[in-house]
Design a binder for this molecule. Structure first.
Ligand SMILES: Nc1ncnc2c1ncn2[C@@H]1O[C@H](COP(=O)(O)OP(=O)(O)O)[C@@H](O)[C@H]1O
Ligand SMILES: [Mg+2]
Length: 378
């Protein structure tokens, strides 16, 4: 995989007397997505542009894989860095394919290889090559243009990508899709990414590490998202992440992170009395009925298990939300709160029963704070 570390070492940028970025030190490990987030004017764009030398630091150093970028030829440097900004920069008089092939052409790749790479990337970003490769940017939707922008930046597999509010100009639904696509793409390509946004929700979703910046160009905190939410380092960070930081943390945890209860289960065809016996033994008011293939059917009240027949689907008194390992705890909680039994049923990809998730277990997982852990200091 093509990836490199990026390090800011005591980097400052002055415009006149005013500091745009002040003494910034942070290390982005290879393959991470580092999100720079903060209010408008706090120095995010300036920091990003110091990585590809669109802006030169007044003092301090930026290093890629340990090498001072001021000692690298600027053209070579920029070819190794993908750059995506809002609304830009697709060349309007070039087709989608020509746009994506820009850097590979500059690098002198053979035509066949460029063509193959272009088709591959269009597939990866979910655009049908046959449909879009010969179109011009004006013939695409906003979301499609932004996807092509990302594909163009990634074309030569640069070890570093800089993205400045890349999804800021599209509507919320398209934005969510672009974010998810990008995260998927990143899992296959593994590039080191510096990503700028002013939106804390986007930062928490996209970042493996989040750098919160503050007015005046100061770094307020640099930490993985869960730690940022559990332990904001200052009042500013705490206000910036918002009063609902608890709920935000729940959206970072998944059912797979929680201890599941085995629960009291019974199977269709089983004598009612034996199920009742087990329920009384574990002091459970409800028994979960499963079909022969282990798929949950619903809950039966223990007090209703007093008849002599074998259990059938007709005995079920209540149903409960089904969740999967990938379901976020935020979604699981909202389903739990609206269900009668207040217990979610966890199933695998084939719909087979795995266990139950109770409000208590969910609360426990939530309260087990990640230990305060400091981000790597250069
Ligand atoms: N070329 C420039 N000349 C003078 N001041 C600038 C220039 N670029 C940015 N600034 C100032 O530097 C500060 C940080 O800007 P910027 O990095 O664009 O912030 P952000 O991207 O976080 O909104 C702002 O106060 C801005 O006005
Ligand atoms: Mg900016």
């Amino acid at each position: 995989m093509n990836q490199a570390t990026v390090e800011f070492r005591n980097v400052s940028k002055q415009y006149g007397p005013q500091g745009a970025v002040v003494d910034l030190s942070l290390l982005v490990p290879a393959g991470d997505i580092c999100v720079l987030v903060g209010p408008s004017g706090c120095g995010k764009t300036t920091s990003l542009k110091m990585v590809n030398r669109l802006v030169e630091p007044s003092s301090g150093q930026v290093l890629i894989d340990g090498q001072d970028i001021m000692k690298i030829d600027v053209t070579a440097l920029r070819r190794g860095i993908g750059y995506v900004i809002q609304q830009i920069g697709l060349f309007p008089h070039q087709t989608v394919a020509e746009n994506i092939g820009t850097v590979p052409r500059l690098l002198g790749w053979p035509r066949a290889r460029i063509q193959q790479r272009t088709e591959e990337l269009l597939d990866l970003i979910g655009l049908d090559p046959a449909r879009v490769r010969n179109r011009y940017p004006a013939q695409l939707s906003g979301g499609e243009r932004q996807r092509v922008g990302v594909a163009r930046a990634m074309a030569a597999e640069p070890p570093v990508m800089l993205m400045d509010e890349p999804f800021g100009a599209v509507d919320p639904i398209v934005r969510e899709r672009l974010q998810n696509e990008f995260l998927r793409l990143h899992r296959t390509l593994g590039t080191t990414v510096l990503f700028v946004t002013h939106d804390i929700d986007e930062a928490i979703k996209m970042g493996t590490r989040v750098a919160v910046m503050q007015q005046g160009g100061h770094l307020a905190q640099y930490a993985p998202p869960t730690e940022l939410l559990a332990h904001p380092a200052s009042d500013f960070v705490s206000r910036f992440v918002g009063v609902d930081r608890g709920l935000k943390r729940l959206s970072l945890l998944r059912v797979a992170d929680v201890h599941l209860e085995p629960g009291v289960v019974a199977h269709v065809g089983e004598p009612s009395q034996s199920a009742r016996h087990r329920a009384l033994e574990s002091e459970s008011d409800w028994v979960l009925l499963l079909d022969k293939g282990e798929a949950p059917i619903g809950w039966i009240k223990t007090v209703e298990l007093d008849h002599a027949q074998a259990l059938t689907a007709q005995d079920v008194d209540a149903s409960s939300p089904l969740v999967h390992h990938e379901t976020t705890l935020r979604d699981a909680l909202s389903m739990l709160l609206t269900s009668l039994v207040q217990t979610a049923v966890v199933v695998d990809d084939q719909g087979r029963y795995l266990g139950t998730l109770t409000l208590d277990e969910l609360g426990l997982a939530f309260r087990s704070d990640p230990a305060p852990q400091s981000a790597p200091v250069p």
